[in-house]
Ligand binder design. Sequence first.
Ligand code: MSP
Length: 687
Amino acid sequence: MSRFYVTTPIYYINDVPHLGTAYTTILADVISRYHRLRAQDTWALTGTDEHGLKIERAAEERGVPTEQFADQAAGPFKKMWPQLGCEFDDFIRTTEGRHTEAVQELWRRVRDNGDLYLGKYEGWYCVRCEAYYTERDLAPGNKCPDHKVEAERLAEPSYFFKLSQYEERLLAFYESHPDFVLPPGRMNEVKSFVKGGLEDISVSRTTFSWGVPVPDDEKHVMYVWFDALGNYWSALQGSKKTEAYWPPNVHLVGKDILRFHAVYWPAFLMAAGFSLDELPEHVFAHGWLTVNGEKMSKTLRNAVTPTHLLEAFEASLKDQMEPATAREVGADTMRYYLARAVAFGQDGDFNLRDLVQRYNSELGNSLGNLVQRVLAQTERHAESRVPDGSGASPGEAEAELGRAFEEAAHAAGDFLAVFQPQRAADAVWKAVDAANKYIDTRAPWALAKQGEMDELRLVLKTAIDALSALSVMVWPFMPSVGMEMGQQLGLPPLSMEATEDVWPTGLLNRTAGDALGKRRVIFPKLDAKKEAAFISQVLGHVPGAAEGAETKTAAPKKTTAKPPAPPETAPGSSAEDMREITFDDFQKVELRVGVVKAAENVPKKDRLLRLDVDLGEAEPRQIVAGLRESFEAEALVGRRVVVVANLAPRKFSKGLVSHGMILAAGKNPNLRLATAPEDVPAGTRLS
Ligand code: MSP
């Protein structure tokens, strides 16, 4: 029996889990569930990264002992993952004794190999990244390029790791293991980085004490990345697990931490005496979940948390199902959305309205209705048992469906095996579409009317075979839904410890006479009213969105329903996005030509500009706009703009009020202003 060891990064505990951090965890679970279904001995590891200056400081700020702070802060992560259907075999905390011992052992091996020496380090340090930056890498104002907060100048005695000695060996390793880093484009980035020359790196600190003590020199604690990367090895120590699972098949990581995993980590391991065959097989770097093109993060105040999404699902579906079931449906929808709407490896914008739309259409209309249609007919005409279809001969429609399922099952499996869950989900939904088409063409209700009972039984049996295969194929993405479908179809529950490969190869041939389970709607519809409530409930917890600005957080881009959300900078532009409004509705919007008289940055709000705009009124209007990422303030002075002049005043922090909205096309940082010809005076109404 082959085995599969998959890891997520271990999460910093100074934040609660948000959808950006849940992203890796969820996708790791999707992938590991697939391997479990294939009866591979699967080990999935996650955990928390609890050492370092920022944790020490966060504890100090709250006036609690660091250990106590760490214990409390790790809690939400441990609790959150099961709520999202994510089941891990182990959860490692870097503050555990088993971890400390193991990374100290790694350190000794590296030291004894002659790859550590004592020196002095001085540099620009970002506490949030726990990393030093060179002057060249810093953003203007000595800011961290990622977090946009000022880096600190630190100097301290430090042990250095001789990374410079590993340049050739790393390049040789990449050469012999060309798919060590995935997707392939990222492998090239890593190679060029290494070819650009490697410097020795500082791997210990003396300026704080919250870390793993350096063996035999306890003034020093280990640099958090040496400590943290060691978790993948430390978690397997002390039992037979190392023999069973080492080396990891894949480390799933965000692109921001690829370098640590693809350069430092293999170098540390080589230095500790690991052979090339004992290095991790793959490091897969995924992209960022973004909101209006910006990384979702607590710092940027645009983060949506899974907790709030689950609460919103619970509230929206409370009339139709138990709260616990509604939360499971919510968790599965989130999982499905993250796997399907975002290409794994690339950045993808998170969009609440898109999520609801996919829930209603791909989950509700396509999958949910399919289950209901087939099971309702089976209830009516076959007493809720798998019908015996042998009285009629399968024809072209059955053959076509069979082929579609064979293709989908193979493709979905192949894609999941190479970390392409989006394409895998596409393949599964091709099967869903094929099954819907089959039911539409074979129209069991018409066969029943015509008294064609043998044909009817064949069609229902074939459809149940299709649904049964689907219940397995959707399970990695949506474990609760997969189980619920299985239960309704009278199948035994899927096991996390499958001893037989149960991934379908096509339709799942069910035994005639098997009893089906209780039928129930899986994805109750979220109508326009519920959608509006859902979105505003979630956005109500997003600090940046609650503040209100034209650069709205999670501004939805696609919809078929009424617009519940606050104004957007970039409304969608495809045909599907067009919603009908009446002429009277349109007349209510007062669009006027304006001329910008003055513009300045809003202090501490790095996305906002404050503008004085002449609208032909006694005094220029003050308008606050999220245009700063696309325009320098001065460059806007004198520009002619189109303004929504009768928008209710909107309050920003510190009493700043905006009296209108400026129209722009596209997205930050490439917004273009909607404008008017030179000879149209300020204040002219557009109609
Ligand atoms: N503690 C380190 C990892 C050490 S692993 C040995 C760390 N922690 S983190 O909490 O800041 O981030 C953990 C993971 O979450 C990273 O892979 C990061 O890329 C990911 N994400 C955080 N925000 C994200 C998005 N908005 N989108 C996608 N992934 C994101 O780094």
